[in-house]
Design a protein around this ligand. Structure first.
Ligand code: CMP
Length: 139
């Protein structure tokens, strides 16, 4: 799947604010095709495992608590140049620095509650998609 797929999550605050439908609409209008999708809630242990690369950073414990605080929508998306295009599409990590019209600018609350996650490399897209989805759950 390297090159044309990425992984995203609509984070708990954005889901709680009922932004999921609007965010998915923007994603598909931008040309990303949904290959897998589920509404689920991470345990703290699962959130810690997903973000293990950030273990030891000052924001890690707070990030784990936040990401396990409510349901998230996980998706595998397909498009040419998916990882890079999706990162451009969602905007900078901090919504305050995100470009106008990006998902994080429109729907993010703050640096942590930044509406959506997007994989940062093809390698991590594979790892993150495999974290949530079996082969049977992809179409
Ligand atoms: P995400 O793209 O999901 O990847 C890691 C997440 O950690 C990031 O979005 C933010 O939600 C959060 N994050 C990154 N840097 C910081 C920071 N300096 N302070 C708080 N949260 C952060």
């Amino acid at each position: 799947m390297a090159g044309n797929q990425t992984f995203t999550m609509i984070k708990p605050t954005a889901f709680r604010k009922n932004y999921a439908g609007s965010i998915i609409q923007l994603i598909t209008a931008a040309g990303f095709r949904i290959r897998a999708m589920k509404l689920t809630r991470l345990t703290a242990a699962q959130a810690g495992a997903f973000y293990a690369v950030h273990q030891g950073r000052p924001f890690f414990d707070s990030l784990v608590e936040f990401m396990s605080s409510g349901p998230i929508v996980a998706m595998v998306l397909e498009k040419e140049n998916a990882v890079e295009d999706f990162r451009t599409f969602i905007g900078a990590t901090n919504p305050a620095n995100a470009a106008e019209g990006t998902v994080r600018k429109l729907y993010g609350t703050d640096l942590q509650q930044n509406a959506v996650h997007g994989s940062d490399s093809d390698e991590n897209a594979v790892i993150e998609a495999d974290f949530f989805f079996s082969k049977l759950e992809r179409y």
